[in-house]
Design a protein around this ligand. Structure first.
Ligand code: FAD
Length: 424
């Protein structure tokens, strides 16, 4: 049963239903993200959550521990996402977190998505990134830029049955994403798409694909347009990558050979693909930051208890000052990355600027994830180096945080641009 339809969530929903629609909206907000932001309420710590968010965290923790955890090692070794996990994510309501209830979604907040991504990553960063890309990139684009017909058609699918993927990168365009070569040619009531995409997360499981292609190359990046396609339109998976980490998450090369997309599947206006991608990736980066803090915490949670059991020189290894200080520093690192991430998420919800904060959160969370997961292996000694404990997997999985949705250098570039603007 969907987490959002559990009896506890239902009683919150009933309380809202007792109000007329406009009042209900205010009540929803007061139960949700802006309650403590009202001017008559004292500011709170970044660990202040709504009742709904707290309940969601607990429910996702349960799902991750009971359903995901038993399959993590097998999925990693087989380099495959278990279809039961995908089904479970939909059943739990975790693939339509911000989608309206009318479309079968949970009608919840951005922070709820961040919490879900963080909690899933504590157990498996691969499952986490599936949920992340689907919610923070694909669903958000449809919600924000899709027209009514597109929303009516695709949001119920995305909330309930169909995995989505975000197709921007190509062989020749990674950091320089808008140098893309995929072309969309107008042909009567259709666009004909030719080209290929590389590194596309979720694409092996996906039915819905958001594809960025250039309609008018003479306009440069202003010719880039976003289209929505379904697999049956002729999307071919040319290659599934074998990777260092997040092995259960699919990453494929796709090719489009005279693929017909009806013109009503163009998202937003022609030439607006650049703006859509930039805006959405700013939000998406907060999701990757959440994945990385969850990952760091997961590695920490697995290794630290062992240090208080394992005895050397007649005492638990975790009580040696050399060890305990490393553990303390790692806890500070995780908390600092978490606060940056929550701050960026809350700023987004408040409608404040958040691009710099999102870049800072993603940059720092990926540094922390790599550092903490590496140390967690060392704290467990030889045992940490084996695949049996699962600690080494966090370290392998951490590396991607500095690469996708903008490399660490690209995050630094974004932050530096903001600083330059503020100070010159
Ligand atoms: C597992 C995985 C999943 C992915 N999922 C998706 C997805 O779902 N959808 C999608 O569209 N893409 C996806 N990507 C693509 C990802 O976003 C790109 O790999 C990333 O943007 C980097 O591009 P690149 O690999 O071409 O590296 P490059 O751009 O070639 O960068 C190589 C190095 O050069 C540095 N560099 C480049 N330009 C500059 C500069 N101006 N200043 C300083 N340093 C610079 C980079 O920081 C990096 O260290 C995924 C990638 C991976 C590996």
């Amino acid at each position: 049963m969907s987490i959002f339809r559990s009896p506890a969530f239902s009683s919150l929903a009933r309380a809202r239903a007792a109000f007329p629609r406009s009042a209900a909206r205010t009540a929803t907000r007061s139960l949700s993200t802006t309650r403590y932001l009202r001017s008559d309420v004292a500011p709170s710590s970044l660990h202040t959550f709504t009742e709904e968010e707290e309940m969601l965290r607990e429910a996702v923790q349960r799902f991750a521990t009971d359903v995901v955890e038993p399959k993590v090692r097998e999925m990693d070794e087989k380099e495959n996402m278990d279809p039961e996990i995908v089904k479970g994510l939909f059943e739990q309501g975790l693939m339509g977190i911000e989608i309206d209830a009318d479309y079968g979604g949970a009608n919840s907040s951005f922070m709820s998505a961040i919490i879900a991504i963080e909690e899933l990553a504590k157990v498996d960063p691969s499952v986490s990134v599936m949920c992340d890309v689907h919610n923070t990139l694909v669903n958000t684009i449809l919600k924000k830029y899709g027209n009514k017909e597109q929303q009516d058609k695709f949001l119920p699918m995305l909330a309930q049955t169909s995995v989505g993927s975000f197709c921007l990168s190509e062989t020749g365009s990674g950091s320089d994403a808008f140098a893309l070569q995929t072309r969309a040619r107008k042909d009567g009531d259709n666009f004909i798409i030719n080209g290929s995409k590389m590194w596309i997360t979720n694409s092996y499981e996906a039915d819905v694909f958001l594809i960025f292609a250039t309609v008018d190359p003479s306009k440069g990046y202003k010719g880039i347009t976003c289209f929505i396609a379904t697999k049956d339109m002729g999307i071919q998976i040319a290659k599934k990558e074998q990777k260092l980490g997040i092995k259960a998450s699919s990453t494929c090369t796709l090719s489009f050979d005279d693929m017909k997309i009806p013109k009503e599947n163009m998202i937003g206006e022609e030439g607006k693909g650049y703006k859509i991608a930039i805006e959405i990736l700013n939000e998406g980066r907060i999701g990757i930051a959440a994945q990385m803090i969850g990952l760091a915490q997961g590695a920490f949670n697995k290794s630290v208890p062992y240090t208080y059991q394992r005895q050397q020189f007649g005492q638990p290894i975790g009580t040696f000052q050399g060890m305990s200080f490393q553990i303390a520093r790692a806890a500070i690192d995780i908390e600092s990355a978490r606060l940056l991430t929550y701050n960026a998420a809350r700023r987004k919800e408040e409608g404040k600027s958040f691009a710099k904060e999102a870049a800072m959160a993603k940059y720092w969370a990926s540094v922390v994830a790599q550092r903490v997961s590496g140390e967690a292996i060392e704290w467990a000694g030889g045992v940490g180096f084996t695949r049996e404990t699962g600690i080494e997997k966090y370290w392998r999985d951490s590396k991607i945080g500095a690469i996708y949705e903008g490399t660490s250098n690209i995050q630094l570039q974004t932050i530096a641009k903001h600083i330059q603007k503020e100070y010159s």
